[in-house]
Design a protein around this ligand. Structure first.
Ligand code: PGA
Length: 246
């Protein structure tokens, strides 16, 4: 079970300090894996603040080269250097707002894996593709074109674009079908068993329903991870879910 918190371009030094103070008062279980992805400038800061807690930190992206003349980019080696365990690659906001295509995403994912980062590779269809019945085909194409070598210990995050930040989520059945298909597709093409996180408008109200879906191995949470109370409510739901299913 994995809870990933993507803070995107939000929070600042002061709010991160407050967030970490609340985290330190909380009793974490070692059953649920957790990683926070703060803005790049605060990864190191957050990592130091929560160094004694069982929470990893990760980068929201990294470059496909490990060094060189790439102004403004972040090397996967830098992420390792400041204590990151994970990196998100191919988030739909990177794909749409920064024109990262499948080819580039594959290169970024490969370079991260080659530097020993664990990748959370995001895939997901548009509303239009969902309505036209093309969601599965679209996601399979993304997987085919983005999956790097040696994908063991990595995750796929299924994040339908139309669900991110909108409050809309697919039905339980649609999520289960897509996760099942992603797992089968990856196994068929690489012989690797992959865990799949669901992302898109996850909150403290719908978390129980989402975790009840059999092919969901965790969640990637955006907006609802910015308030420490909401983040901890989601985390607590995950712990309860595990205890219930034991
Ligand atoms: P959201 O974002 O939870 O705010 O919908 C999820 C994501 O973009 O990873």
């Amino acid at each position: 079970m994995f809870i990933a918190a993507n803070w995107k371009m939000n929070l600042n030094k002061k709010s991160i300090l407050n967030f970490s103070k609340q985290l330190k008062k909380f009793k974490f279980s070692n059953k649920v894996q957790t990683c926070i992805f703060p803005p790049m400038t605060y990864v190191d800061y957050l990592n130091e603040l929560i160094s004694k807690l069982p929470i990893s930190v990760g980068g929201q992206n990294c470059h496909y080269k490990s060094s060189g003349a790439f102004t403004g980019e972040v090397s996967p080696k830098f992420l390792i250097d400041i204590g990151c365990e994970y990196v998100i690659i191919g988030h739909s906001e990177r794909r749409t707002l920064n024109n990262e295509d499948n080819n580039e995403i594959k290169l970024r994912a490969q370079s991260a894996i080659d530097c020993n980062l664990k990748v959370i590779l995001c895939v997901g269809e548009s509303q239009n593709d969902r309505v036209k019945g093309l969601a599965r085909e679209f996601v399979e194409k993304q997987l085919l074109q983005c999956l790097p070598n040696n994908f063991e210990n990595c995750y796929i995050a299924y994040e339908p674009i139309w669900s991110i930040g909108t409050g809309l989520i697919p039905t339980k059945n649609e999520i289960n079908e897509m996760h099942k298909n992603i797992k089968e597709f990856i196994f068929k093409t690489t012989n690797i068993e992959t865990k799949v996180l669901y992302g898109g408008s996850v909150n403290k109200i719908n978390i129980n329903d989402i975790l009840d879906i059999s092919n969901v191995d965790g969640v990637l949470v955006g907006g609802s991870s910015l308030e420490v109370k909401d983040f901890l409510a989601i985390y607590t739901a995950a712990v309860k879910h595990l205890v219930k299913s034991e």
